[in-house]
Design a protein around this ligand. Structure first.
Ligand code: FAD
Length: 614
């Protein structure tokens, strides 16, 4: 039973269980109630749904809005845009499915009270760019969370989900999940007929640029701890394109976003000597990626690539030219408001470093890599597509169901559909929930059953770090280094260093190769062995311990995929030094993986990319 096995176990039954109450989770919870009036819809969130996930701080723009009511864009246009940005490799069926529904989602947000800026002349939503509309978004998340909370049978806040539960007679069917309350330490067993994973993306798997006291200062939310990938990987769901990590160009030290600056304020970049530099790298980039360099707009990774090359050539830093735009008082106000509405830290960093963008052009930098399926990349789980437009290869069940029966996903969780952003993630949550309700209704009396032995074993596993610490701490009188346990922070730092040095992080200039990846996998294996000895001094550290476990398995997946794809598909995100060029002949395909937890083996395969939009 162990020292902590006597903790209370709470059982929760549901028809639809939503894991993660961020944008996708709120969309899923809201929509599950719409289609499943009498169903029990439960949402479980490790923080508090009112201020959780990547949108917790608020946003200044909704990045995915077609504007079909005004004839601005059509869903097909968005598919072409995302395909171009990802150098050809997107699931067009999934992207199209979101794009055709996303406008009505945004209209709902406005109905619920989200202030959307209007163009004073046309009365239409104020555009920041072709796809983005501007909002007063400080309260975006609470507004969306209110709708989900009212729709849910119950929202369980402060519970971190650690593992999924499988049906005791069918190992390929999900039956629920377990986790623990990060405040009370109660163990939770959620029994469910369908599960929708909406647990955000992965930050802190690579060593961040901000170290030491600045460690929490990353671009992606530091609490996005890869649960959305680890949970499906560990039960054998197929994953796709996990090599497609993202690197962001951001304002230095505060990771402030540049979108509004480029698109709305029309600022531009220059090298340390005040020169334009992108054109210097045109021929060189063409040699690596061919005609993709001529596509408009230029793919995001290639813009990063020009910055990286210019810095390597010794002409850094790259600066954003703000001095001109900020002479206009309106633009100056928008420039500051942009940060105050979503990244206050950047404004504070500038103040602390005596940077007034009206007088000083601020430095840009490229971030450490992150893994997320909803931003400008699309790593994640491999999901069945919409019945009416998914090619046969992409359809095996209900829309957005993974390769595990009853297991659905949305937002960062699912791969293939880049550029969903906040509105698209909510929309995908809605799509997944509608399908999950159909799945539950079709089950009839054939309900999955959880095994008592399985959740009792997991209970011991979940609390083991508390026990390791309780026993091991007697061996030391001071300090944090023990012969018997590894603290979550130590494990995290070790993971970040492995990923940085061997799998193409900032320290390696984003370059890796087969020998490095092979060694990286060996080191990750050794780290995994040591995770058995994680020690947690309290419930907060227990959460950190499980976040680390999730990050490690997701990192292993990234490394395996990076090894499998023998080309440099997205220069600017990462480089295979041994395969430095894009290779459409052999690699115009998706990479898929499946992890076998019994053997610890990974199976990788290629899947065709079908283009359904011209
Ligand atoms: C820095 C940044 C800036 C962005 N800017 C914009 C923008 O300007 N406009 C725009 O439209 N979009 C923007 N986005 C994108 C948008 O925020 C994401 O697309 C969206 O939040 C993804 O939704 P999600 O539900 O998948 O993840 P999230 O919204 O991050 O939600 C994940 C949720 O899961 C919870 N969770 C995680 N693990 C567990 C677990 N084990 N157990 C229980 N709960 C768990 C988390 O606490 C969180 O609440 C930005 C994203 C980032 C990171």
């Amino acid at each position: 039973m162990g020292l902590f096995g006597r903790r209370k176990t709470v059982f929760v039954d549901s028809d639809v269980l939503v894991i993660g109450g961020g944008m996708a989770g709120c969309g899923a919870t809201y929509e599950a109630r719409y289609w499943g009036r009498d169903l029990k819809v439960v949402c479980v969130e490790k923080a508090h749904i009112d201020r959780s996930g990547a949108v917790a701080q608020g946003l200044y723009a909704i990045n995915t809005y077609m504007g079909m009511q005004w004839g601005e864009n059509q869903p097909e246009d968005h598919v072409r845009y995302a395909r171009n940005d990802l150098m050809g490799l997107v699931r067009e069926d999934l992207g199209y499915d979101i794009a055709r529904h996303v406008d009505s989602t945004v209209h709902k947000f406005e109905e619920w009270g989200l202030p959307i800026m209007k163009d004073p002349e046309t009365g239409q939503y104020q555009r920041e760019g072709k796809w983005q509309i501007m909002i007063h978004g400080e309260s975006y998340k609470p507004i969306v969370a209110e709708a989900a909370t009212k729709a849910a049978t119950k929202v369980y806040n402060r519970i971190m989900v650690t593992h999924l539960l499988m049906d005791k007679t069918n190992a390929k069917r999900v039956a629920g999940a377990v986790g623990f309350n990060v405040r009370t330490g109660d163990f939770y067993v959620f029994r469910a007929k369908a599960v929708i994973i909406c647990a955000g993306g992965a930050s802190h798997i690579y060593k961040p640029r901000a170290a030491g006291e600045g460690m929490g200062r990353t671009w992606y939310a530091p609490w996005s701890s890869a649960s959305c990938y680890a949970l499906p990987i560990l039960v054998g769901a197929k994953m796709m394109q996990m090599e497609n990590r993202i690197v962001l160009t951001r304002f230095k030290d505060g990771y402030g976003p540049v979108g509004a600056y480029f698109l709305h304020l029309k600022t531009y970049t220059e090298n340390a000597y005040g020169d334009e530099y992108e054109s210097n790298w045109y021929e060189h980039t063409k040699e690596i990626v061919g005609d993709y360099v001529d596509r408009q707009p230029m793919p995001t990774c290639l813009r990063n690539h020009a910055i990286l090359e210019e810095i390597r050539a010794g002409r850094g830093p790259i600066r954003m030219v703000t001095k001109e735009a900020f002479q206009d008082p309106h633009k100056e106000k928008v420039g500051w408001e942009n940060f105050l509405g979503m990244t206050i830290g950047q404004a504070v960093v500038w103040a602390s470093q005596n940077i007034d963008p009206k007088h000083t052009n601020p430095e840009l930098t490229t971030s450490e890599p992150y893994v997320m399926g909803s931003h400008a990349t699309c790593s994640g789980a491999w999901a069945s597509g919409p019945e009416d437009c998914a090619p046969d290869d992409y359809q095996w069940g209900y829309n957005r169901m993974m390769t595990i029966d009853g297991l659905f996903g949305a937002g960062d969780t699912l791969g293939g559909a880049a550029h969903k952003f906040s509105s698209g993630s909510f929309t995908e949550g809605q799509i997944a929930a509608k399908a999950a309700v159909n799945y539950v209704n079709d089950l009839g009396k054939d309900h999955p059953q959880v095994s008592e032995a399985e959740y009792e074993d997991l209970k011991k596993t979940v609390f083991r770090p508390l026990e390791n610490y309780e026993v091991g701490r007697n061996e030391i009188v001071a300090g944090t280094v023990s012969p018997s346990y590894l603290l979550p922070l130590h494990g995290l730092q070790r993971l970040e260093q492995i990923m940085d040095e061997y799998v193409g992080g900032i320290g390696a200039n984003y370059i890796t190769n087969e020998p490095l990846l092979t060694r990286g996998l060996e080191l990750l294996e050794m780290l995994k062995e040591d995770l058995e000895h994680l020690g947690a001094e309290d419930l907060h550290q227990l959460q950190r311990a499980w976040e680390l476990q999730h990050r490690v398995i997701a990192s292993e997946s990234v490394t395996q995929h990076t090894m499998f794809r023998k080309e440099t598909r997205w220069p600017g995100y990462y480089y295979r030094g041994d395969h430095p060029k894009l290779d459409d002949t052999d690699w115009h395909c998706f990479t898929l993986s499946r992890y076998d937890r019994e053997s610890g083996e990974w199976n990788l395969e290629k899947a065709p990319v079908h283009h359904i939009i011209d």
